[in-house]
Write a protein that binds this ligand. Structure first.
Ligand code: PLP
Length: 396
Protein backbone atom coordinates (compact mmCIF):
# COMPACT_ATOMS: atom_id res chain seq x y z
CA UNK A 1 0.00 0.00 0.00
CA UNK A 2 2.72 2.45 1.06
CA UNK A 3 4.67 2.00 -2.17
CA UNK A 4 1.71 3.06 -4.32
CA UNK A 5 1.13 6.34 -2.48
CA UNK A 6 3.76 8.45 -4.31
CA UNK A 7 2.29 7.33 -7.64
CA UNK A 8 -1.18 8.45 -6.56
CA UNK A 9 0.21 11.75 -5.35
CA UNK A 10 1.91 12.34 -8.70
CA UNK A 11 -1.26 11.41 -10.60
CA UNK A 12 -3.33 13.80 -8.49
CA UNK A 13 -0.79 16.59 -8.96
CA UNK A 14 -0.91 16.00 -12.72
CA UNK A 15 -4.73 16.30 -12.69
CA UNK A 16 -4.40 19.55 -10.75
CA UNK A 17 -1.84 20.98 -13.21
CA UNK A 18 -3.98 20.15 -16.23
CA UNK A 19 -7.11 21.67 -14.60
CA UNK A 20 -8.76 18.26 -14.61
CA UNK A 21 -9.03 17.59 -10.88
CA UNK A 22 -12.67 17.38 -9.90
CA UNK A 23 -14.10 18.72 -6.67
CA UNK A 24 -17.47 18.11 -5.10
CA UNK A 25 -19.64 20.96 -3.94
CA UNK A 26 -21.71 20.28 -0.86
CA UNK A 27 -25.28 21.43 -1.42
CA UNK A 28 -26.53 22.65 1.93
CA UNK A 29 -30.15 22.98 1.03
CA UNK A 30 -32.87 23.68 -1.50
CA UNK A 31 -34.86 26.64 -0.19
CA UNK A 32 -38.14 25.94 -2.02
CA UNK A 33 -39.43 22.83 -3.76
CA UNK A 34 -41.06 24.90 -6.50
CA UNK A 35 -37.96 26.89 -7.47
CA UNK A 36 -34.69 25.73 -9.03
CA UNK A 37 -32.44 27.06 -6.28
CA UNK A 38 -29.68 25.53 -4.21
CA UNK A 39 -27.69 26.78 -1.23
CA UNK A 40 -23.96 26.13 -1.47
CA UNK A 41 -21.13 27.83 0.40
CA UNK A 42 -23.79 29.68 2.38
CA UNK A 43 -25.11 31.38 -0.79
CA UNK A 44 -28.27 30.92 -2.80
CA UNK A 45 -27.62 30.02 -6.45
CA UNK A 46 -29.94 29.36 -9.39
CA UNK A 47 -29.36 25.72 -10.31
CA UNK A 48 -28.60 25.25 -14.02
CA UNK A 49 -26.81 21.91 -13.62
CA UNK A 50 -29.19 19.29 -12.30
CA UNK A 51 -31.04 16.75 -14.45
CA UNK A 52 -34.25 17.43 -12.53
CA UNK A 53 -35.88 18.65 -15.76
CA UNK A 54 -39.47 18.61 -14.54
CA UNK A 55 -38.77 19.98 -11.07
CA UNK A 56 -39.88 16.80 -9.27
CA UNK A 57 -36.84 15.94 -7.11
CA UNK A 58 -38.05 18.12 -4.22
CA UNK A 59 -41.77 17.75 -4.85
CA UNK A 60 -43.66 17.07 -1.60
CA UNK A 61 -45.66 14.20 -3.18
CA UNK A 62 -42.48 12.21 -3.77
CA UNK A 63 -41.18 12.82 -0.24
CA UNK A 64 -44.60 11.94 1.23
CA UNK A 65 -44.82 8.70 -0.78
CA UNK A 66 -41.31 7.83 0.32
CA UNK A 67 -41.90 8.38 4.04
CA UNK A 68 -45.31 6.67 4.05
CA UNK A 69 -43.73 3.64 2.38
CA UNK A 70 -40.76 3.67 4.75
CA UNK A 71 -43.17 3.57 7.71
CA UNK A 72 -44.73 0.43 6.18
CA UNK A 73 -41.74 -1.42 4.72
CA UNK A 74 -38.74 -0.01 6.56
CA UNK A 75 -35.75 1.58 4.93
CA UNK A 76 -33.88 -1.36 3.45
CA UNK A 77 -34.97 -4.24 1.26
CA UNK A 78 -32.70 -6.70 3.05
CA UNK A 79 -31.64 -8.85 0.11
CA UNK A 80 -31.46 -9.08 -3.65
CA UNK A 81 -34.64 -9.34 -5.77
CA UNK A 82 -34.20 -13.11 -6.23
CA UNK A 83 -33.93 -13.79 -2.48
CA UNK A 84 -36.38 -11.77 -0.36
CA UNK A 85 -35.76 -8.21 -1.56
CA UNK A 86 -38.53 -7.98 -4.18
CA UNK A 87 -41.50 -6.11 -2.71
CA UNK A 88 -44.94 -5.04 -3.86
CA UNK A 89 -43.80 -1.46 -4.58
CA UNK A 90 -41.19 -2.85 -7.00
CA UNK A 91 -43.79 -5.07 -8.67
CA UNK A 92 -46.31 -2.23 -9.03
CA UNK A 93 -43.69 0.20 -10.36
CA UNK A 94 -42.54 -2.37 -12.93
CA UNK A 95 -46.12 -2.81 -14.16
CA UNK A 96 -46.61 0.95 -14.37
CA UNK A 97 -43.32 1.46 -16.26
CA UNK A 98 -44.25 -1.29 -18.72
CA UNK A 99 -47.60 0.43 -19.33
CA UNK A 100 -45.96 3.87 -19.60
CA UNK A 101 -43.46 2.67 -22.22
CA UNK A 102 -46.01 0.46 -24.01
CA UNK A 103 -43.96 -2.72 -23.56
CA UNK A 104 -44.75 -6.18 -22.25
CA UNK A 105 -42.53 -5.94 -19.19
CA UNK A 106 -40.09 -3.68 -17.35
CA UNK A 107 -37.33 -4.63 -14.92
CA UNK A 108 -36.06 -2.30 -12.19
CA UNK A 109 -32.36 -1.76 -11.54
CA UNK A 110 -30.67 0.23 -8.78
CA UNK A 111 -28.97 2.58 -11.25
CA UNK A 112 -28.79 3.32 -14.95
CA UNK A 113 -25.13 2.37 -14.84
CA UNK A 114 -26.10 -1.12 -13.66
CA UNK A 115 -28.96 -1.42 -16.15
CA UNK A 116 -26.56 -0.70 -19.00
CA UNK A 117 -23.98 -3.20 -17.72
CA UNK A 118 -26.83 -5.73 -17.55
CA UNK A 119 -28.08 -5.39 -21.11
CA UNK A 120 -24.62 -5.14 -22.66
CA UNK A 121 -23.24 -8.22 -20.89
CA UNK A 122 -26.41 -10.28 -21.26
CA UNK A 123 -26.88 -9.61 -24.99
CA UNK A 124 -23.32 -9.73 -26.36
CA UNK A 125 -20.29 -11.95 -25.82
CA UNK A 126 -16.72 -12.66 -26.85
CA UNK A 127 -16.43 -13.23 -30.61
CA UNK A 128 -19.28 -10.83 -31.37
CA UNK A 129 -19.14 -7.17 -32.28
CA UNK A 130 -20.73 -4.23 -30.47
CA UNK A 131 -21.18 -0.84 -32.18
CA UNK A 132 -21.36 2.28 -30.02
CA UNK A 133 -21.71 5.98 -30.78
CA UNK A 134 -18.44 7.83 -30.03
CA UNK A 135 -20.20 10.06 -27.52
CA UNK A 136 -22.38 7.51 -25.78
CA UNK A 137 -22.51 7.23 -21.99
CA UNK A 138 -19.60 5.66 -20.08
CA UNK A 139 -21.81 2.88 -18.72
CA UNK A 140 -22.57 1.56 -22.24
CA UNK A 141 -18.84 1.52 -22.98
CA UNK A 142 -18.03 -0.23 -19.72
CA UNK A 143 -20.79 -2.76 -20.33
CA UNK A 144 -19.45 -3.48 -23.82
CA UNK A 145 -15.93 -3.97 -22.44
CA UNK A 146 -17.18 -6.25 -19.70
CA UNK A 147 -19.05 -8.40 -22.21
CA UNK A 148 -15.77 -9.35 -23.92
CA UNK A 149 -17.22 -8.48 -27.34
CA UNK A 150 -15.18 -6.49 -29.88
CA UNK A 151 -15.99 -2.82 -29.35
CA UNK A 152 -16.31 -0.49 -32.38
CA UNK A 153 -17.10 3.22 -32.06
CA UNK A 154 -18.86 4.98 -34.97
CA UNK A 155 -18.83 8.75 -35.61
CA UNK A 156 -21.20 10.68 -33.41
CA UNK A 157 -24.85 10.45 -34.52
CA UNK A 158 -23.73 9.05 -37.89
CA UNK A 159 -25.61 5.93 -38.99
CA UNK A 160 -23.57 5.77 -42.25
CA UNK A 161 -20.41 5.52 -40.20
CA UNK A 162 -22.02 2.69 -38.21
CA UNK A 163 -22.99 0.95 -41.47
CA UNK A 164 -19.40 1.19 -42.80
CA UNK A 165 -18.00 -0.33 -39.60
CA UNK A 166 -20.59 -3.06 -39.72
CA UNK A 167 -19.70 -3.93 -43.33
CA UNK A 168 -16.18 -4.86 -42.16
CA UNK A 169 -17.52 -7.27 -39.53
CA UNK A 170 -18.99 -10.69 -39.95
CA UNK A 171 -21.98 -9.53 -38.00
CA UNK A 172 -22.94 -7.32 -35.11
CA UNK A 173 -24.50 -8.62 -31.94
CA UNK A 174 -25.60 -5.25 -30.80
CA UNK A 175 -25.80 -1.52 -31.56
CA UNK A 176 -26.20 0.80 -28.56
CA UNK A 177 -26.70 4.54 -28.25
CA UNK A 178 -27.98 7.26 -25.97
CA UNK A 179 -31.38 8.56 -27.17
CA UNK A 180 -30.58 12.14 -26.12
CA UNK A 181 -26.82 12.65 -25.73
CA UNK A 182 -26.12 13.62 -22.16
CA UNK A 183 -23.42 16.24 -22.75
CA UNK A 184 -24.65 17.66 -26.09
CA UNK A 185 -28.43 17.42 -25.93
CA UNK A 186 -28.80 16.23 -29.52
CA UNK A 187 -30.70 13.11 -30.63
CA UNK A 188 -29.42 9.81 -32.05
CA UNK A 189 -30.45 9.05 -35.67
CA UNK A 190 -32.70 6.26 -34.45
CA UNK A 191 -34.78 5.49 -37.57
CA UNK A 192 -31.56 4.86 -39.55
CA UNK A 193 -29.95 2.87 -36.73
CA UNK A 194 -33.12 0.78 -36.37
CA UNK A 195 -33.05 -0.10 -40.08
CA UNK A 196 -29.35 -0.97 -39.86
CA UNK A 197 -29.86 -3.18 -36.81
CA UNK A 198 -32.79 -4.96 -38.43
CA UNK A 199 -30.85 -5.65 -41.64
CA UNK A 200 -27.91 -6.99 -39.62
CA UNK A 201 -30.05 -9.00 -37.22
CA UNK A 202 -28.47 -7.10 -34.32
CA UNK A 203 -30.01 -5.90 -31.07
CA UNK A 204 -30.63 -2.17 -30.82
CA UNK A 205 -30.27 -0.77 -27.29
CA UNK A 206 -31.46 2.80 -26.68
CA UNK A 207 -30.55 4.46 -23.37
CA UNK A 208 -33.10 7.25 -23.09
CA UNK A 209 -31.93 8.62 -19.72
CA UNK A 210 -32.46 12.22 -20.85
CA UNK A 211 -35.42 11.74 -23.19
CA UNK A 212 -38.00 9.99 -21.02
CA UNK A 213 -40.45 12.40 -19.45
CA UNK A 214 -39.12 15.23 -21.61
CA UNK A 215 -39.05 14.46 -25.36
CA UNK A 216 -41.99 13.38 -27.56
CA UNK A 217 -45.58 14.62 -27.81
CA UNK A 218 -46.55 13.00 -24.49
CA UNK A 219 -43.05 12.86 -22.98
CA UNK A 220 -42.43 9.19 -23.68
CA UNK A 221 -38.99 9.92 -25.03
CA UNK A 222 -37.07 9.62 -28.29
CA UNK A 223 -38.98 6.55 -29.47
CA UNK A 224 -42.21 8.53 -29.34
CA UNK A 225 -40.47 11.49 -31.02
CA UNK A 226 -39.44 9.29 -33.98
CA UNK A 227 -42.56 7.09 -33.91
CA UNK A 228 -40.53 3.88 -33.38
CA UNK A 229 -42.15 0.67 -32.14
CA UNK A 230 -40.71 -1.84 -29.70
CA UNK A 231 -40.08 -4.01 -32.77
CA UNK A 232 -37.70 -1.35 -34.16
CA UNK A 233 -36.05 -0.76 -30.75
CA UNK A 234 -36.34 -3.97 -28.73
CA UNK A 235 -34.29 -2.81 -25.73
CA UNK A 236 -35.17 0.47 -23.99
CA UNK A 237 -33.23 1.65 -20.93
CA UNK A 238 -34.68 4.47 -18.82
CA UNK A 239 -33.36 6.14 -15.69
CA UNK A 240 -35.44 7.44 -12.80
CA UNK A 241 -33.02 9.94 -11.25
CA UNK A 242 -33.43 12.60 -13.95
CA UNK A 243 -36.81 13.80 -15.23
CA UNK A 244 -38.54 11.51 -12.70
CA UNK A 245 -36.74 13.23 -9.83
CA UNK A 246 -36.22 9.97 -7.95
CA UNK A 247 -33.57 7.25 -8.22
CA UNK A 248 -33.07 3.97 -10.05
CA UNK A 249 -33.49 2.73 -13.60
CA UNK A 250 -35.28 0.14 -15.69
CA UNK A 251 -35.09 -1.91 -18.86
CA UNK A 252 -38.32 -2.29 -20.84
CA UNK A 253 -38.92 -4.86 -23.56
CA UNK A 254 -40.78 -8.03 -24.43
CA UNK A 255 -41.42 -10.73 -21.84
CA UNK A 256 -38.57 -12.99 -23.02
CA UNK A 257 -35.99 -10.21 -22.88
CA UNK A 258 -36.95 -9.33 -19.31
CA UNK A 259 -37.07 -12.96 -18.20
CA UNK A 260 -33.62 -13.52 -19.72
CA UNK A 261 -32.22 -10.50 -17.83
CA UNK A 262 -33.67 -11.80 -14.55
CA UNK A 263 -31.89 -15.12 -15.15
CA UNK A 264 -28.59 -13.79 -16.49
CA UNK A 265 -27.87 -10.15 -15.64
CA UNK A 266 -25.23 -10.11 -12.91
CA UNK A 267 -25.94 -6.48 -11.93
CA UNK A 268 -29.52 -7.60 -11.25
CA UNK A 269 -28.79 -10.86 -9.47
CA UNK A 270 -25.81 -10.04 -7.26
CA UNK A 271 -26.94 -6.83 -5.62
CA UNK A 272 -29.37 -5.66 -2.96
CA UNK A 273 -32.77 -4.57 -4.26
CA UNK A 274 -33.52 -0.84 -4.43
CA UNK A 275 -35.28 0.28 -1.21
CA UNK A 276 -39.06 0.12 -1.62
CA UNK A 277 -39.55 3.74 -0.44
CA UNK A 278 -37.52 4.83 -3.47
CA UNK A 279 -39.82 2.84 -5.75
CA UNK A 280 -42.82 4.43 -4.00
CA UNK A 281 -41.42 7.91 -4.67
CA UNK A 282 -40.92 6.98 -8.33
CA UNK A 283 -44.55 5.83 -8.57
CA UNK A 284 -45.64 9.25 -7.28
CA UNK A 285 -43.36 10.88 -9.85
CA UNK A 286 -44.73 8.76 -12.68
CA UNK A 287 -48.27 9.85 -11.76
CA UNK A 288 -47.21 13.52 -11.78
CA UNK A 289 -45.33 13.18 -15.08
CA UNK A 290 -48.54 11.92 -16.68
CA UNK A 291 -51.02 14.22 -14.90
CA UNK A 292 -49.08 17.48 -15.11
CA UNK A 293 -48.18 17.90 -18.77
CA UNK A 294 -47.67 21.61 -18.05
CA UNK A 295 -44.22 20.74 -16.67
CA UNK A 296 -43.08 19.34 -20.02
CA UNK A 297 -44.74 22.13 -22.00
CA UNK A 298 -43.23 24.80 -19.78
CA UNK A 299 -39.79 23.17 -20.14
CA UNK A 300 -40.13 23.23 -23.94
CA UNK A 301 -41.18 26.87 -23.92
CA UNK A 302 -38.31 27.82 -21.61
CA UNK A 303 -35.82 25.92 -23.79
CA UNK A 304 -36.91 27.90 -26.86
CA UNK A 305 -36.84 31.13 -24.83
CA UNK A 306 -33.33 30.48 -23.52
CA UNK A 307 -31.98 29.64 -26.99
CA UNK A 308 -33.39 32.85 -28.42
CA UNK A 309 -32.00 34.96 -25.58
CA UNK A 310 -28.56 33.30 -25.59
CA UNK A 311 -28.10 33.39 -29.38
CA UNK A 312 -29.17 37.05 -29.49
CA UNK A 313 -26.61 37.81 -26.78
CA UNK A 314 -23.91 36.10 -28.87
CA UNK A 315 -23.53 32.89 -26.85
CA UNK A 316 -22.35 30.06 -29.14
CA UNK A 317 -24.94 27.30 -28.61
CA UNK A 318 -24.98 23.95 -30.40
CA UNK A 319 -28.00 22.60 -32.28
CA UNK A 320 -29.71 21.00 -29.26
CA UNK A 321 -33.50 21.33 -29.00
CA UNK A 322 -33.61 19.62 -25.59
CA UNK A 323 -33.10 21.14 -22.10
CA UNK A 324 -29.39 20.21 -22.33
CA UNK A 325 -27.75 23.35 -23.78
CA UNK A 326 -23.95 23.14 -23.76
CA UNK A 327 -21.78 26.23 -24.26
CA UNK A 328 -18.50 25.03 -25.78
CA UNK A 329 -15.41 26.76 -24.42
CA UNK A 330 -12.59 24.44 -25.53
CA UNK A 331 -10.00 24.22 -22.79
CA UNK A 332 -10.62 22.91 -19.30
CA UNK A 333 -9.12 26.14 -17.91
CA UNK A 334 -11.59 28.29 -19.86
CA UNK A 335 -14.56 26.19 -18.76
CA UNK A 336 -13.47 26.37 -15.11
CA UNK A 337 -12.93 30.14 -15.28
CA UNK A 338 -16.41 30.58 -16.74
CA UNK A 339 -17.92 28.34 -14.05
CA UNK A 340 -16.28 30.49 -11.35
CA UNK A 341 -17.46 33.73 -12.94
CA UNK A 342 -21.04 32.46 -13.21
CA UNK A 343 -21.04 31.20 -9.61
CA UNK A 344 -19.90 34.65 -8.47
CA UNK A 345 -22.93 36.08 -10.24
CA UNK A 346 -25.32 33.58 -8.62
CA UNK A 347 -25.63 30.90 -11.34
CA UNK A 348 -24.69 27.28 -10.65
CA UNK A 349 -23.48 25.97 -14.04
CA UNK A 350 -20.86 23.23 -13.88
CA UNK A 351 -17.89 22.92 -16.24
CA UNK A 352 -17.71 19.54 -17.97
CA UNK A 353 -14.15 18.50 -18.80
CA UNK A 354 -12.33 15.49 -20.25
CA UNK A 355 -12.63 12.56 -19.95
CA UNK A 356 -16.41 13.12 -19.67
CA UNK A 357 -16.18 14.98 -23.01
CA UNK A 358 -13.45 14.69 -25.71
CA UNK A 359 -10.24 16.72 -25.23
CA UNK A 360 -10.62 20.31 -26.46
CA UNK A 361 -14.39 20.30 -26.03
CA UNK A 362 -14.70 21.36 -22.38
CA UNK A 363 -17.93 23.25 -21.85
CA UNK A 364 -20.46 24.69 -19.53
CA UNK A 365 -23.41 22.32 -19.55
CA UNK A 366 -26.54 24.37 -18.97
CA UNK A 367 -29.61 22.31 -18.14
CA UNK A 368 -33.05 23.82 -17.92
CA UNK A 369 -35.91 22.99 -15.60
CA UNK A 370 -39.65 23.59 -15.75
CA UNK A 371 -39.14 25.64 -12.56
CA UNK A 372 -36.90 28.30 -14.11
CA UNK A 373 -38.37 31.70 -15.01
CA UNK A 374 -37.85 33.91 -18.05
CA UNK A 375 -36.03 36.66 -16.07
CA UNK A 376 -33.60 34.01 -14.74
CA UNK A 377 -32.92 32.86 -18.30
CA UNK A 378 -32.38 36.42 -19.55
CA UNK A 379 -29.92 37.02 -16.72
CA UNK A 380 -28.09 33.74 -17.42
CA UNK A 381 -27.83 34.54 -21.15
CA UNK A 382 -26.30 37.93 -20.35
CA UNK A 383 -23.81 36.44 -17.93
CA UNK A 384 -22.84 33.65 -20.34
CA UNK A 385 -22.27 36.21 -23.11
CA UNK A 386 -20.01 38.14 -20.76
CA UNK A 387 -18.04 35.00 -19.85
CA UNK A 388 -17.62 34.04 -23.53
CA UNK A 389 -16.43 37.55 -24.49
CA UNK A 390 -13.93 37.58 -21.66
CA UNK A 391 -12.68 34.15 -22.70
CA UNK A 392 -12.26 35.22 -26.34
CA UNK A 393 -10.33 38.35 -25.40
CA UNK A 394 -8.02 36.49 -23.01
CA UNK A 395 -7.37 33.83 -25.69
CA UNK A 396 -6.58 36.50 -28.33
C1 PLP B 1 -27.19 9.40 -16.07
C2 PLP B 1 -27.03 8.44 -17.17
C3 PLP B 1 -26.88 7.07 -16.92
C4 PLP B 1 -26.68 6.54 -15.52
O1 PLP B 1 -27.85 6.51 -14.81
P1 PLP B 1 -27.77 6.45 -13.21
O2 PLP B 1 -29.11 6.00 -12.80
O3 PLP B 1 -27.43 7.83 -12.77
O4 PLP B 1 -26.68 5.46 -12.89
C5 PLP B 1 -26.87 6.22 -17.98
N1 PLP B 1 -26.97 6.67 -19.25
C6 PLP B 1 -27.07 7.98 -19.53
C7 PLP B 1 -27.17 8.41 -20.95
C8 PLP B 1 -27.08 8.91 -18.50
O5 PLP B 1 -27.14 10.20 -18.77
Amino acid sequence: MKRAAPALEAALAQLERSQLRRVRTTVEGCPAHSRALIIAGGRELIDFSSNDYLGLAHHPSLAAAMSACAARTGAGSGASHLITGHGSEHALLEEELAAYTGRERALLFSTGYMANLAVMTALSARGECVLLDRLCHASLIDGARLSGATLRRYRHADADSAARLLAGERGAALIATDGVFSMDGDLAPLPQLARLAQRAGAWLVVDDAHGLGVVGASGRGVLEHFGLSSHAVPVLVGTLGKAFGSFGAFVAGDADLIEFLIQKARTYIYTTALPQPVAAATRAALALVQAESWRRERLQALTAYFRRAALEAGVPLGPSATPIQPVLLGSAAAALAAQRELAQAGFWVVAIRPPTVPAGSARLRVTLSALHTEPQLDALAGQLAHACRRERSSAA
